[in-house]
Design a protein around this ligand. Sequence first.
Ligand code: SF4
Length: 403
Amino acid sequence: MNEIAPQSFFYEMGPIRPPSEGQDHSLLLRTTRNCPWNRCQFCSTYQGHKFSFRKVPEIKGDLEVVKAIYDKLLDAAQNSGLGGRVTQDALRRVWAINPELYGENAGNNTLKWQNLTNVANWINSGARTVFLQDADALVMRTPDLVAVLNYLKEVFPTVERVTAYARSKSCARKSMEELAQIRAAGLVRLHVGLESGCDEVLAWMKKGVTAREHVEGGKKAVAAGFSLSEYVMPGLGGKALSRKHALDSAQVLNEINPDFIRLRSLALRRGSPLLDRWEKGEFDELPEDQVVEEIGWFVENLQCNAYLASDQMSNLLWEVEGRLPQDKEKMLSLIRDYLTKPLGERLTFRRHRRRRSFLAVYGILGPELEELVQAAEEAIRQDRADAAARTDAAIAALKKGFV
Ligand code: SF4
């Protein structure tokens, strides 16, 4: 491996990864920057950031930095007398005894600390899983992606699972031979943003893909042997297209038969074009209880063998989760139970859940949000006519900060 200059002793990290990769403490390896499409109306993740490819030597250079950090952390852990576990002490020790890398003049210290933390967590979880960032790894040239995957295995033979985000369109554009090569080189799971199987919704939201292209990309991924996670966005059709969005999405997923279906209910996020359009009255947002009802229609119409997960803060009912088809009735009964509760109970439940999700990320509400949440609580407690409107206002404000 090449000698790494102190000012280059960092590797790039993109802004997001799926929650499942966070739980597994996957190593984050940035193979492209940002999103090659970047026009979806509900998405703010890469707004204002230009897409670029990264050159293979550059990505390999990042892997060499990861290996150097890995060796330093293991060395510090072995010398800490804590059975080789990379504790915060070991992390701080590496930081302190390498002033040429982490001193005041070494630059990029925030990113360098994030790198150390990412590698430390990765080592502690067995250094088995890697996630390729950013939004669409399959947009890379196949030989480049294969070269990166091969080098990853060469540097870290312990790696068992490599996963990535991909767009259906990029998947559909690859030949079966290319997909097979990528799969054989070690990329095993694709996380695809389906969002909807309804063409009207896809077009209005500028998703840049049709329902047919979703099916084509998804079926090719499954046929090539990838484990496939498809993300669906309840509420994306607004009031006008709610039922069609649910039914068409179920239909598309029945054709694909992915391994996982992950619900990501729509949240109007700060910085997204959709929030502006909603403020101008161009989008009629579906109330939360109707989103729950829509999820019911969706689940009812699923005829596939996927595992359905609600593993994200945007979903109101995290409990709606299970293996299809055997857990379908259990999921539908949870939905029915919620929808048949008295209004006051539903409002209290929603306020409590949304507040809790916000606090899990930010730790504190801040005075403005606190005031809105208190006002909702007061109105619910007094059983006032404005209780629902106040709850909706508080929740809308909380959801702008959802990640
Ligand atoms: S393709 Fe994904 S990352 Fe890109 S704009 Fe759409 S939702 Fe956002």
